[in-house]
Ligand binder design. Structure first.
Ligand SMILES: Nc1ncnc2c1ncn2[C@@H]1O[C@H](COP(=O)(O)OP(=O)(O)OP(=O)(O)O)[C@@H](O)[C@H]1O
Ligand SMILES: [Mg+2]
Length: 328
């Protein structure tokens, strides 16, 4: 059974979609069959992995509301071990349409029951809210990845998320775990980033991933080319940071993968290592065999980072208002 990971934080713009795309792509590059699922009506994950939302006829919406099997909504990508269930703007209405459905928080869990056997990992990109869509993701998941932007107010709102996780554990999914808190958009040159990291580690302890995602211009550019950073510029810091995260996730889940994660042989036959799927347009991509992709035209050879100026005038102590009382 594939391990289901929800990438969640109701705060907007903290790097959920970037994390979902690049973690899923990095797991797939390590030859772990992975399903990336977009349950955000914004469909950023869908376009960011190269699917034009207008071309989507079966999406998460049809899976949740129309009883369409996940398999029918699943699309292959240019990476042999990565499949995607796209989202659609229709999902905006799903939360209202679900209100009268019995067991409405368990729709995604039920939909994934059979499908997750085909994958080692299912990565779900959640919307920036704690509504029914996110509740469905938390109910369907084994664990949550929580991206936290290394910025002022980083910890604000996390109490609410942790409280929701607690409620989900009590009523819907007792085994829901926290896979890890991920520091994103980290700028090593900023004292503030380092202070935020210290604060986050103080409150979440060993639940914070060792891997840190630095602020990296390639991570911002890659979605407009419909590619994970790994295929856009494999040498970029962003691509490397997410490979390190994927490795950490794989290492932490070795026992799970050995015990439970046996993917159906039939699926492995469909996705042999290094063999692109039917719609694979990019043979030079190298994903799936561990080889780096070539840099994009005009890219700096070192995949250089944003040259963000040192910010001044920010308080040296990050706020910890909601941090007290965190319990994992
Ligand atoms: N490490 C990074 N370095 C540079 N830019 C980044 C990084 N991570 C994310 N971004 C950019 O920041 C913006 C917000 O990221 P993203 O869309 O992943 O956040 P989100 O949490 O999914 O947002 P939303 O809450 O709207 O769904 C995007 O433009 C993305 O390209
Ligand atoms: Mg998003």
């Amino acid at each position: 059974m594939g391990k289901v990971l929800a990438v969640a934080n109701q705060k907007g713009g903290v790097g959920k979609t970037t994390t979902a795309i690049n973690l899923a792509a990095s797991l797939a590059a390590a030859e772990h069959p992975t399903l990336l699922m977009d349950i955000d009506p914004q469909a950023n994950c869908t376009s960011g992995i190269g699917i034009e939302p207008k071309t989507v006829s079966s999406s998460t919406y049809e899976v949740l509301i129309g009883d369409v099997p996940v398999e029918e909504a699943t699309r292959s990508t240019e990476m042999p071990f990565l499949d995607v269930v796209p989202s659609h703007i229709n999902l905006v209405g799903a939360e209202i349409e679900m209100v009268d459905v019995t067991e409405r928080e368990r729709l995604l869990k039920k939909a994934l029951r059979r499908e997750r056997r085909k994958y080692d990992f299912v990565v779900i990109d959640c919307p920036p809210s704690l509504g029914l869509l996110t509740l469905n993701a938390l109910t369907a998941s084994n664990a949550v990845v929580i991206p936290v932007q290394a910025e002022y107010f980083a910890l604000e709102g996390l109490g609410q998320l942790l409280n929701t996780i607690k409620i989900v554990r009590q009523h819907l999914n007792p085994d829901l775990d926290i896979e890890g808190v991920l520091l994103t958009m980290f700028d090593t040159r900023l004292r503030l980033s380092n202070q935020i990291a210290q604060e986050v580690r103080r409150y979440f302890g060993d639940k914070v991933f060792d891997a840190i995602v630095q602020r990296n211009v390639r991570l911002g550019e890659a979605p407009s080319f419909g590619k994970p950073a790994l295929l856009y510029d494999a040498n970029s810091k962003g691509a490397n940071n997410y490979m390190a995260l994927a490795q950490e996730v794989i290492d932490c889940n070795r026992r799970y993968l050995d015990a439970d994660g046996a993917v159906d042989d039939a699926f492995r036959k469909d996705h042999p290592a290094g063999t692109p799927s039917a719609n694979t347009p990019s043979p030079e991509a190298g994903a799936g065999n561990g080889q780096p992709a070539s840099s994009p035209p005009g890219s700096a050879p070192d995949g250089s980072d944003d040259d963000e100026e040192q910010r001044s005038g920010l308080p040296h102590q990050p706020p910890v208002r909601e941090a007290n009382g965190f319990s994992l």
